[in-house]
Design a protein around this ligand. Sequence first.
Ligand SMILES: [Zn+2]
Length: 156
Amino acid sequence: MLRCSRACAVVVDSLGSMNVEPGLYLYLGSAFGPGGIEARLARHAARSKAKRWHIDYLRPRTSLVEAWFSTALVQLEHDWAARALALPNAVVPLPRFGASDCRCASHLLRFPDSDSSSRSIEQTLAASDSDSFGRLEAAQLRGLARANQALRRAAG
Ligand SMILES: [Zn+2]
């Protein structure tokens, strides 16, 4: 989850321009590639990098809040997107964001910036997967990104 404190606009690849209002931005993704969740979260935590996914366009304009994850071997991102969209106050800031290859309205949702938003999102996601659900705070995510960069430098 990301936080935008000041309104701005970003052009998100072929989706076009998005008005980024202040608020909390929940992005849903999966990480079944090499390196798994660890590598994916480290990449998202890094502010600037080559732009590959829609989220890479938004990331430099936001700050990290926290991340929720599931180590389940099934893909939960679409189910999580639907459950989060059903929450009161959920807004789709840009249709199809992160959802080019599925039928979800969007994999990016905006919520009012409050502790209660954050809590209800976490409870909603955890409810569908209590066994393999976890959470990382912003400081832990930044640490992960630093470790990842150091490892890549050492590997040349
Ligand atoms: Zn989807």
